[in-house]
Ligand binder design. Structure first.
Ligand code: TXA
Ligand code: MG
Length: 317
């Protein structure tokens, strides 16, 4: 078992990256688990710490736009437009990869996902690292993404060298993943930047349907993901939820009767997204058996929220 150092200093956290270790760090979406993308042994440590399947590719995090050229071979016109508008921000763009980027980091694919976080601590950390940093979400594989350093600690203490401690992550859901290697970009994973917002910059974007074979380009979508241990059941209205001390409820509207082990009312979809993964973890810590989640309309951020809710519900059936 490793001793996991906890620090609030991005410079101290970066020294572990220089030594080939892995470091958890906050971003505007969720916490990531980073390693030097050009250090194959360090990349291997990410997969070991998470228990992540080897064919699931990692997103490469950058401090500057110049670093795109260090990992991607070409930037297509659609990618250039999206990068110009949304970097830094919660968008991951998939491009053909440079040969220097190891197949380990990209799960054997000839493409690489790049993203530049819009978060002061993440940026200070990435600058101090001085290299592109490959990072999946900093949870044990199959668990909800961590939105606080405490959640990272619960999953990975003793398995990683360092946690860079920041506040709870502002968005609470992951980045939007768009495959830009062909002329018409393909939305692979709904995320914090909505499809409508992307289309305001590049109208011609295709959306991969859940069973779209091309979504296999995003192998992460094949695995059990985003799910708590408790069973998740989606309800359109709170009154479809059955009160029980071992049941929880989260949604925009409150149930008219009490009797739930936990209830969280979220006034807005933004707040629902911000709270969801932390709520899943709280319910697991309280050994609740079922979590009723109210559905939302799948537009704007609601598309990403519904995607996570549907995956969490499906992983138990
Ligand atoms: O917000 C986020 O994206 C967070 C923070 C830490 O940046 N990261 C994150 O990473 O959610 P991860 O590994 O949990 O999810 C990355 C998703 C997976 O579904 C993966 O398969 C997909 O992006 N992905 C990464 N590289 C890819 C590539 N070259 N081609 C297709 N899909 C890719
Ligand atoms: Mg993940």
């Amino acid at each position: 078992m490793l001793h996991t150092v906890r620090t609030t200093s991005p410079e101290e956290a970066a020294t572990f990256i220089h030594q080939g270790e892995v470091v958890a760090f906050p971003t505007e979406t969720v916490y990531g688990l980073g390693a030097d993308v050009f250090n194959a042994a360090a990349i291997q440590r990410i997969f070991e710490a998470k228990g992540r399947p080897a064919d699931n590719p990692l997103i490469v995090h950058l401090a500057t736009l110049d670093q795109i050229a260090d990992v991607a071979e070409t930037v297509t016109p659609a990618a250039a437009a999206l990068i110009q508008h949304f970097f830094p921000g919660p968008l991951t763009v998939i491009l053909p990869k440079c040969p220097d980027v190891s197949d380990r980091a990209t799960g054997g694919l000839n493409t690489v996902g790049v993203r530049m976080p819009d978060h002061p601590l993440a940026q200070a950390f990435l600058e101090a690292c001085g290299c592109p940093v490959a990072a999946p979400s900093a949870n044990r594989s199959g668990r909800p993404s961590p939105t606080s350093w405490e959640a990272v600690h619960a999953d990975l203490n003793g398995r990683i060298a360092c946690i860079l401690q920041g506040d709870r992550t502002p968005a609470g859901l992951e980045s939007t993943v768009v495959d830009c290697k062909q002329s018409v970009p393909l939305l692979l994973r709904a995320g914090v930047i909505s499809l409508e917002t992307l289309q305001s910059v590049w109208p011609d974007i295709e959306v991969a349907a859940p069973n779209d074979p091309r979504a296999h380009r995003s192998p992460g979508t094949r695995y059990r993901h985003y799910a708590p241990r408790a069973r998740v059941q989606l309800v359109a209205s709170p009154d479809e939820a059955t009160p029980h001390p071992e049941a929880a409820y989260i949604g925009r509207d409150v149930p008219s009767s009490g009797g739930f082990g936990k209830i969280l009312r979220c006034e807005t979809v933004d707040r629902y997204a911000h709270e969801l993964f932390a709520f899943f973890r709280d319910c697991d810590a309280a050994h609740l058996r079922i979590i009723y989640c109210q559905t939302v309309s799948a537009t704007g951020l609601g598309r990403a929220l519904m995607d996570r809710l549907q995956r969490a519900a499906a992983s138990h059936t």
